[in-house]
Design a protein around this ligand. Structure first.
Ligand code: NAD
Ligand code: UFG
Length: 339
């Protein structure tokens, strides 16, 4: 299939590009490189020995979308592009709503104009807000999200639902990711956060490589067995494969459908520190700090729907995540900014 990846030079998009190319699909990427580098495209090509068609375009302003869809005879789009930093979204809500929502609308208009009907959207477990039950399944209500980033994802989901009602031939898979981590086993592509990482795994990797002194664990007084928050950490390569399964499913089961992509197992912050230490035979200095505002104590999925309908489930463990994250970090201590 000919597949367009918006934001395909980013962390999850680049791993998905590699898996798609390995499966024999053709990949076109549109990315404005606001949070990535052209080196990613070169590394995708090196890893797969395949060519990628790349367009440096901003989805918000580009007038070339329809031409790209037509020229490459695109059959499905995976829409990763967007802004994703929760804290930044609180201080810059208009930027988050504008970029995330308007670029999705621009993309959908061009898809309709070009007759492309299948869209996979990068949503997030954050749309469940403070979930009313655990594990989280797709029937769990999507309630008022707690920050503008999460709210932008929930709003886009609603827009796509309305679009699929109005135009039943427009098929959408909403993929609600849990906590992605790790990197391609080669260590050639991985997560390269700008500035101080917000997320746990890149922060631990930067402590391990000596860029940061220590990890601050945000609270150990939560109602969990060891007092630290529990999340469902999913290897980015497992997550990438979930996108391929979703694209295939849209061909068989049209309409709009939401899938949670996670492992179904929760790990605490201390579990992750221990897994990182034992997988890589090193020590991660940490201190216990205050709770981070907005964190929920526990979040993990019931992965049954994705297993039943997509015939997809995760294969990799938190040790694999920690080993591959560290392999990427030590081979690329400054991410993509050095050769
Ligand atoms: P990322 O920042 O690495 O990738 C996003 C890519 O989109 C970047 O390459 C960036 O340059 C590009 N981009 C941003 N705005 C653009 C625009 N206006 N036009 C063109 N390109 C643009 O992020 P990621 O971690 O790969 O996440 C991909 C998607 O998954 C995002 O939508 C994110 O919200 C969602 N998601 C991520 C996580 C996570 O923890 N990483 C969790 C849940 C959901
Ligand atoms: N944590 C620390 N110290 C740190 C960073 C994180 O203790 O320096 C803790 C957090 O308090 C939390 C856990 O590690 O308990 C995981 O935190 P992350 O920031 O890595 O992940 P979140 O679950 O808070 O959020 C992530 C993404 C969101 C996404 C959500 C669900 O940042 O964008 O997963 O997919 F919506």
């Amino acid at each position: 299939m000919n597949i367009l990846l918006t934001g395909g030079a980013g962390y999850i998009g680049s791993h998905t590009a590699v898996e798609l190319l390995k499966e024999g699909h053709s990949v076109t990427i549109i990315d404005n490189l606001s949070n990535s580098s052209f080196k990613v495209v070169e590394r995708i090509e090196k890893l797969t020995n395949k060519r990628v068609s790349f367009y440096k375009e901003d989805l918000l302003y580009t007038t070339r979308l329809k031409d790209v869809l037509d020229e490459h005879k695109i059959e499905a789009v995976i829409h990763f592009a967007g802004l994703k930093a929760v804290g930044e979204s609180v201080s810059e809500p208009l930027t988050y709503y504008k970029i995330n929502i308007l670029s999705t609308i621009n993309l959908c208009e061009s898809m309709i104009a070009s007759g492309v009907r299948d869209l996979v959207f990068s949503s997030s477990a954050t749309v469940y807000g403070e979930p009313i039950r655990m594990p989280i399944d797709e029937e769990t209500p999507v309630i008022d999200a707690t920050n503008p980033y999460a709210q932008s994802k929930a709003m886009i989901e609603k827009i796509l639902q309305d679009l699929s009602t109005a135009q039943p031939e427009f098929n959408v898979a909403l993929l609600r990711y849990f906590n992605p981590g790790g990197a391609h086993v080669s260590g050639d592509i991985g997560e390269d956060p700008t500035g101080i990482p917000n997320n746990l795994l890149p922060f631990i990797s930067q402590v391990a490589v000596g860029m940061r002194d220590k990890l601050v664990v945000f609270g150990d007084d939560y109602p969990t067995p060891d007092g630290t928050c529990i999340r469902d950490y999913i290897h980015v390569v497992d997550l990438a494969k979930g996108h391929i399964a979703a694209i295939e499913k849209l061909k068989e089961k049209p309409g709009l459908v939401a899938y949670n992509l996670g492992t179904g197992t929760g790990s605490s912050v201390l579990d992750i520190i221990r897994a990182f230490e034992s997988a890589n035979s090193l020590t991660i200095p940490f201190v216990i700090g205050a709770r981070r505002p907005g964190d929920i104590p526990v979040s993990y999925t019931n992965p049954a729907l994705a297993k039943a309908e997509l015939n997809w489930q995760t294969k990799k463990s938190i040790e694999d995540i920690c080993r591959d994250a560290w392999n990427w970090q030590k081979r690329n201590p400054k991410g993509y900014s050095e050769p």
